[in-house]
Design a protein around this ligand. Structure first.
Ligand SMILES: Cc1cc2nc3c(=O)[nH]c(=O)nc-3n(C[C@H](O)[C@H](O)[C@H](O)COP(=O)(O)OP(=O)(O)OC[C@H]3O[C@@H](n4cnc5c(N)ncnc54)[C@H](O)[C@@H]3O)c2cc1C
Length: 544
């Protein structure tokens, strides 16, 4: 009968994204956010509901549209979103994903970044594109605005009521914040920025400037304000550039067009020109990079968390499918080679989860020397490895669904198109690897602290100790040049993940991860080297 659907796996919806994720629950507990368990469980049910997944689908199926002018021909530079996008935003903001770690109330702020990361990991599974304005708003909080600017913006950033109306900030219940750094001639090398900023009067911290120039990538352009880098007389500087001016008129940000992107389609990414736009200086002239770098550090954490979340959803969907689909008279999951593939994928998800939540904890204790060292070195390491492995991992998970994996109605196709962006923006792979070298050269004590911490985790495991020794050798190689930066970064990520899994994780997972990622012959594809691993135990953890 044509209406029957024999041997098709049921939709992977109405799953609690927290209660079904053992690795996530363990990470939340281990890294100090047990206090948030109940809220996370509720949020996991919400994000994993059929309705939420449908919102995510619609938000991508009907991407944003730019309206440059109104009916009378006046510039409005307005981007229209599908209601489903607004629903995702409202849901994430109500959960405080744009501000919750700064509230300092629950558990006296302890574990707040871990709890937020857990919720972020789940909302990314529901819909990843809207995470862009959420993460930028959260990351803008530590920016040191002058008191008169902070008085207007901070209470509204901290509000959990989503207000998508296009009005001056002073009239709104809440605001979101974006960032503008990348220009046509360079994104990584922001020193090459050509956008100019001239003071209206004397200039200086908090002063008003007129900006002329452009940004080549300008995501979430309906944000209420942006942190923008531009050249002032004193050098590259950071400005708060609102969409509306205090007198209620629209600031001169001309949205030229929206990027036609591979994925991340629910999120608008514009090209913008500043035609004498007004901006207010943050900090001193010439100190633009230090002013914005803290924001970038937080967004790097979120890139890794989001990628780990998407990896988890891809894995869970693949395991769910393999448990339902029959091939040659048996469930797919009972075929030895498929078991190996799925277990191998699970190992990378376990490692990614371990790394991102360990990193989130280091953001919870900025005053602690060891935490600060972990945050400084392991932010680029974690972003590099998790975001790099995600596209490969999701591609293999997609294949586990066969042809269905490649079809848009199944979630995997969208995830597959989404994941590469996390590796590109907020510092691409090479930039992360070079940042690791920069730490070694400029802050060698930071690397020493992290290595000391790792030493405890590798003790008594011969293979892990050997990997650690290789790492020490690389770190002390006087000829350590840019060309080996990726090798070093990857080895740091694998060793750190293995150490965390070994100390705190389940032995079957840790042993298999160490055996396949740090010992044995290097493999370029999944599903190899696990003949002796307890794949049943590894897979049982994926969806108990
Ligand atoms: C969907 C999307 C949304 C975005 N939204 C925003 C936004 O809202 N605001 C914003 O400011 N930017 C945004 N970006 C821009 C993004 O941050 C940049 O694309 C990114 O930083 C890389 O800059 P670039 O494109 O100029 O490439 P380049 O800087 O030219 O880099 C190209 C390649 O060269 C590598 N590279 C750079 N330097 C070195 C080196 N010294 N040695 C070896 N390799 C090197 C990089 O790793 C990269 O792989 C967005 C990008 C995308 C894709």
């Amino acid at each position: 009968m044509p209406d029957e659907a024999p041997n098709q796996s049921p939709p992977f919806v109405d799953v609690n994204l927290f209660a079904t994720d053992v690795a996530l629950q363990e990470a939340v507990k281990r890294e100090g956010a047990s206090y948030a368990t109940r809220q996370l469980e509720e949020f996991g049910a919400l994000c994993g509901s059929a309705e939420s997944f449908e919102q995510g689908r619609l938000a991508n199926e009907y991407p944003p549209r730019l309206r440059t002018h109104d009916a009378q021909g006046r510039r409005i530079d307005f981007v229209e979103f599908h209601p489903a996008y607004h629903a995702c935003m409202a849901q994430s903001m109500a959960a405080g994903l744009h501000c919750g770690s700064w509230e300092g109330s629950a558990n006296e702020g302890q574990g707040a970044n871990v709890a937020r990361a857990a919720a972020f990991y789940m909302t990314a599974q529901m819909e990843a594109g809207h995470c862009c304005p959420i993460t930028m708003t959260n990351a803008a909080v530590p920016t040191r605005l002058q008191p008169e600017l902070a008085a207007i913006w901070m209470p509204r950033i901290m509000s959990r009521d989503y207000d998508p109306t296009f009005r001056p900030a002073a009239e709104k219940a809440s605001v979101t914040i974006g960032m503008g750094m990348t220009e046509k001639q360079g994104g990584t090398d922001v020193r090459a920025n050509t956008t100019r900023a001239e003071p209206v009067a004397n200039g200086g911290p908090g002063g008003e400037y007129i900006l002329t120039g452009h940004k080549w990538f300008f995501s979430a352009p309906m944000s209420d304000a942006f942190l923008v880098l531009a050249q002032a007389r004193g050098g590259l500087s950071c400005f708060l550039v609102p969409r509306h001016l205090p007198d209620g008129t629209i600031n001169a940000l001309r949205l030229q067009r929206l990027k036609d992107k591979l994925g991340n389609r629910s999120n608008a990414s514009a090209e913008v020109e500043f035609h004498g736009a007004h901006g207010w200086l943050i900090g001193e002239e010439g100190r633009g990079v230090p002013a914005i770098i803290e924001m970038v550090t937080y967004t790097r954490l979120d890139c890794a968390v989001s990628s780990a979340g998407l990896m988890r959803l891809a894995l869970a969907t693949a395991v769910h499918h393999a448990r339902h689909r029959n091939v040659f008279g048996r469930k797919l999951i009972d075929h030895a080679l498929m078991t190996q593939v799925l277990a191998d994928l699970a190992l990378d998800v376990e490692a990614a989860t371990a790394l991102v939540f360990r990193l989130a904890r280091s953001f919870d204790h900025p005053e602690d020397v060891r935490a600060a060292a972990w945050r400084r070195l392991m932010t680029p390491v974690t972003k590099y490895w998790v975001c790099k492995v995600a596209p490969m991992m999701v591609g293999e998970a997609m294949e586990c669904l066969g042809g269905n994996g490649y079809v848009e109605e199944h979630n995997l196709a969208r995830i597959y198109r989404e994941v590469p962006v996390n590796s590109i923006w907020e510092g691409s792979g090479n930039v992360m690897a070079l940042d690791v070298l920069r730490v070694l050269q400029k802050e060698p004590e930071v690397a020493q602290i992290v290595m000391h911490e790792l030493a405890d985790g590798v003790a008594d495991d011969r293979q892990l100790e050997a990997a650690y020794e290789r790492l020490v050798g690389l770190l002390h190689d006087p000829r350590l040049l840019d060309a080996r930066a990726r090798e070093l970064t990857e080895l740091l990520a694998l060793t750190a993940a293995a150490a965390i899994l070994r100390i705190h994780g389940q032995a079957d997972v840790a042993d298999a991860f160490i055996a396949t990622r740090l010992a044995g012959p290097p493999n370029q594809t999944y599903g190899q080297g696990l003949e002796r691993a307890n794949t049943t135990a590894i897979l049982q953890r994926v969806l108990p």
